[in-house]
Design a protein around this ligand. Structure first.
Ligand code: WTA
Length: 649
């Protein structure tokens, strides 16, 4: 924990939402005094309602909270139509391809593209409430597809393009999707890669999907299944550029996004219309200080929540210009990101600690070769950032001038929860600082007592907020169990994030990472249970336990302890590791591959059979075992595991 404090360079901010900490505290107090009234006022100001809501917050069926009930709106109207009066020729999306190709889409063009796509979806039989899976590369059509669903009231479920056919199939089935939107493939590092064959594989034996809409991007050969597959490029030609937006209720689902938890299969996090879009827009204004002439770039993939809220919905609801990038930040060289910032005069740059560490490692002085003077705000998200990476970001990328917003939030929270306000908050490197106004994020124990400075506790959000998860698709019980069964405050269950955190003496919040069995590799959330289930599919594996191990670049990497069915297989480790990783790629995707595997004689279990992961985590980190091992069924197994791990290194 570094106790240095960095003050905002006020001259960079003209008319920010919060000029100083007094204004921050005033707003927090306003919410404390009149929670519903303050949210209601913001909702009236920021949302263009077709019909105003009747009630701000309905707590009658907690924790299934409802916001702005009785209200009617359309999120695509909110992101596009209402801007046309003043901004029809403003760039909505600036897209850059892997090879440097560029495309600028104005708000008027976006309006037409989204309407055409919406009409195409209707032609394919998609109706309000139907689920549409989007499995796409980072091309503008991916954003059009999301907004087209929003326009006709279909619920989209974007699946990250790095997920395997099996993972895609699970998500298609869970959501009972009627249509899949995909592309033949796209380009990465100058070479084509494919997506459509993955969809074909995912749909083997699946009969619920009626149509697959294929955007032809890289024009590589693909198979076309007659009657099922249609070409977007052909069918879009004849669509009308007008499509009436569907009138949606505030609480109708807008999208599902699958994410990993500590147990079982990924869960379909369900988000709403009004509450979600309100907070997406507000945080663009509060945290990114988005202004009319700004060019804003978030490097996430639309397959993750960051891409949903901070590439598509938030920036467009705010009427901003959002940059979308198909390629990777290190291609063709380590200056790509800085060149793009220079080219587009980017004002806000938002990325993940993994990318910051990698760019620092491969080109620490590279940013100095470019003109980065347009930058005002640098954002980070997805995992804890370490002070060294933070300092490099601040000094070298930000020229010691920009505010860093270390934004803590989750798929489930819809938008930022804890973050500095760029013109107001004195920043301590690697602290997410304070909860945003309206967000009651607190570090408490299970009974709801605030922990003392320096003590670790559970990071909870003790009041409902508009952009919160509404339920887990098809599994309301799991929703309650996953989020509202760990901690209480004043006897009432509160939302528990799964993260641990602590306060320092000044009340700054320091996130310490997940306290459950979720591993965060390069900012991607992976459940140990999913990875273990994949590894168990190898015929020689008897038992397996997976933990996260600190990694210099990716934050954490995956470490697996594997017990083989027979010791005869020892000696074949290299082959086995390869085979296990092949299974993981097939079942989940390359992002979940294990970095280390130790073939051990047994796992440390309690007498009731529970695996003591804490011990395994400590061994993977090379730490001394401080826990009492006497309660283990077989304490000697710990020594044996340590011996194996030491011999691997
Ligand atoms: C972690 C990504 C520390 C955290 C938006 C959380 C962070 C999980 C930060 C959610 C941050 C996210 N500092 N840790 N600024 N932001 N996390 O759902 O563990 O992909 O629970 O959402 O990422 O990951 P998810």
């Amino acid at each position: 924990m570094l106790n240095e404090v960095y003050y905002p360079h006020k001259e960079l901010f003209k008319n920010p939402a919060f000029k100083n900490m007094c204004e921050y505290h005033d707003k927090v107090r306003e919410f404390e005094k009149d929670y519903e009234g303050t949210w209601g006022k913001l909702a009236r100001e920021k949302i263009t309602w077709f019909r105003l809501y009747d009630k701000v917050l309905d707590e009658s069926n907690a924790p299934f909270y409802k916001w702005f009930t009785g209200g009617k709106l359309n999120v695509s109207y909110q992101c596009i139509d209402r801007h046309l009066d003043k901004k029809k020729n403003k760039a909505a999306i600036i897209w850059e391809g892997d090879n440097g190709e560029k495309r600028v889409i104005t708000y008027l063009e976006l309006y037409k593209e989204v309407n055409k796509f919406a009409n195409l979806l209707k032609e394919m039989g998609v109706k309000k409430g139907d689920r549409v899976v989007i499995y796409m590369p980072m091309i503008p059509e991916a954003a059009f597809a999301m907004l087209a669903c929003a326009r006709i009231g279909a619920i989209h479920s974007v699946v990250f393009g790095g997920f395997s056919a099996e993972a895609l199939k699970d998500r298609i089935l869970d959501a009972q999707a009627k249509v899949v939107i995909t592309a033949d493939g796209a380009f990465r590092k100058g070479k084509p890669y494919m997506l459509k064959p993955v969809v074909d594989k995912a749909l083997e034996g699946v009969d619920i999907v009626e149509k697959v809409i294929v955007v032809e991007r890289n024009n590589e050969d693909i198979e076309w299944v007659e009657g099922r597959d249609v070409s977007y490029n052909e069918l879009i030609q004849n669509q009308s550029t007008e499509c009436e937006p569907e009138v949606m209720d505030s609480e109708d689902p807008l999208f599902l996004l699958y994410t990993s938890g500590s147990t079982g299969k990924p869960k379909g996090v369900q988000h709403s219309q009004a509450g979600y879009i309100l907070w997406a827009q507000l945080t663009m204004e509060w945290v990114f200080d988005i202004k009319d002439n700004d060019t804003y770039w978030c490097t996430a993939d639309i397959g993750w929540i960051t891409g949903h809220t901070y590439i598509v919905y938030g920036p467009l609801a705010a009427g901003a210009t959002t940059v979308m990038f198909e390629g990777v930040l290190t291609y063709p060289d380590s200056g790509r990101a800085w060149k793009m910032i220079e080219d587009y005069r980017i004002n806000q740059f938002y990325t993940a600690p993994t990318a910051i560490r990698l760019l620092n490692k491969i080109g620490a002085d590279e940013p100095k070769k470019y003109d980065l003077s347009s930058l005002r705000i640098l954002g980070t998200v997805g995992e804890p950032i370490d002070p060294a990476a933070w300092k490099w970001y601040y000094d070298v990328v930000g020229g010691g001038r920009c505010s860093i917003v270390d934004t803590w939030w989750q798929t489930e929270t819809g938008g930022h929860m804890i973050s500095p306000l760029p013109a107001a908050t004195p920043i301590k490197p690697a602290s997410a600082t304070f909860p945003l106004p309206g967000i009651f994020a607190e570090i408490i124990d299970e009974e709801g007592n605030r922990v003392k400075p320096g003590e670790k506790g559970l990071l909870c959000i003790t009041k409902p907020w508009p952009s919160m998860i509404r339920t887990i698709w098809g599994d309301p019980e799991r929703f309650v169990k996953s989020y509202f069964s760990t901690a209480k405050k004043n006897g009432k269950p509160v939302y528990f994030s799964g993260d641990g955190a602590m306060y320092d003496e000044d009340g700054y919040i320091w996130i310490t990472g997940r306290v459950d069995d979720v591993i965060n590799v390069s900012g991607h959330r992976l459940g140990t249970a999913e990875i273990e289930a994949a590894i168990k599919k190898h015929p020689h594996v008897a038992e397996v336990a997976v933990v996260g191990k600190p990694d210099e670049i990716t934050g954490e990497s995956i470490f697996a302890y594997v017990v083989l069915k027979s010791t005869d297989d020892l000696g074949e480790e290299v082959e086995l590791i390869k085979e296990i990783n092949e299974i993981i790629s097939k079942e989940i995707g390359n992002i979940a591959k294990v970095k280390d595997i130790a073939f051990v004689p047994g796992l440390p279990k309690t007498r009731s059979g529970k695996i003591m992961r804490r011990i395994l985590r400590a061994i993977a980190k090379g730490e001394e075992i401080k826990q009492d091992t006497s309660t283990l069924e077989d304490p000697s197994v710990v020594e044996a595991i340590i011996a194996v791990v030491n011999s691997c290194e």
